[in-house]
Design a protein around this ligand. Structure first.
Ligand code: DC
Length: 228
């Protein structure tokens, strides 16, 4: 990936604290990860946005997101304008992201950037929170804090449905639920870095938790682990 460094980085004399937040679609991991980063003063990286940017780039070129050559080229030439594309949060791009994410060449092209962000966070921050599918298992297997955030399918689909309706997208709940299950199945079944909790991950089910309670529970788990 082509990413110019715009900000001074932590020179690396201190080891950055990495918090890995993984989980399926709409489990609440993005909000949780962002809030944890704010609370602990760490940098935040939404790694799903990188895969979305690759998926969107392939679609813009009229290519097939499942084509390894086209998708790997898109990942290798990804730049900041791709990451800022307005359509990244759409359902179509989400499904394309899940397809490109199964291609080993795409994952390899994005790995270095994610690891560098984790270990040398921008703005000299003391730590980084990364959310995704394989942060605790592949990107940062040595992260001292790993959370695996999940929620029941229907609860996740309801959250995603409301988000899309609020943005003015014309979707049905059934469609959102079916897309979410398809994306989970693709993310779990792929051979390259499948979605699964790391053996040492702390599991957090947000089905019956409001966001404040989920943040409090996660922050408590993080603080306890950091104190050890
Ligand atoms: O978190 P999200 O919905 O924005 O992620 C979009 C897709 O990207 C998701 O279906 C799987 C993929 N992804 C991945 O394979 N590994 C990551 N670390 C993050 C996302």
């Amino acid at each position: 990936m082509n990413m110019p460094e715009k900000t001074p980085r932590n020179p690396g004399s201190l080891k950055s604290v990495v918090i890995a937040v993984d989980g399926p679609v709409a489990a609440g991991k993005g909000t949780l990860a962002r809030r944890l980063a704010e609370r602990f003063g760490y940098a935040y990286l939404d790694t799903g946005a990188l895969y979305r940017a690759v998926g969107a780039k392939v679609l813009r070129q009229g290519g097939d997101p499942a084509d390894p050559v086209i998708a790997t080229k898109a990942a290798e030439s990804l730049d900041e304008s791709d990451r800022a594309a307005p359509e990244l949060r759409s359902e179509v791009v989400g499904l394309a992201a899940s397809k490109v994410a199964a291609i080993p060449g795409v994952r390899a092209a994005l790995l270095e950037f994610q690891r560098r962000f984790a270990h040398q966070p921008p703005h000299g921050k003391a730590g980084a929170v990364l959310d995704g599918r394989d942060i605790g298992t592949v990107v940062c297997p040595d992260a001292p804090v790993k959370l695996f955030v999940t929620a029941r399918d229907e609860v996740r689909a309801e959250r995603r449905y409301r988000e899309l309706v609020d943005k003015g997208e014309n979707v049905s709940f059934e469609r959102v639920l079916a897309d979410l299950r398809q994306r989970d199945a693709q993310d779990q079944a792929r051979a390259a870095a499948p979605l699964k909790p790391a053996a040492d991950a702390h599991l957090l089910d947000t089905s019956d938790l409001a966001i404040e309670a989920a943040v409090a529970a996660a922050a408590e788990a993080v603080a306890a682990i950091l104190k050890r």
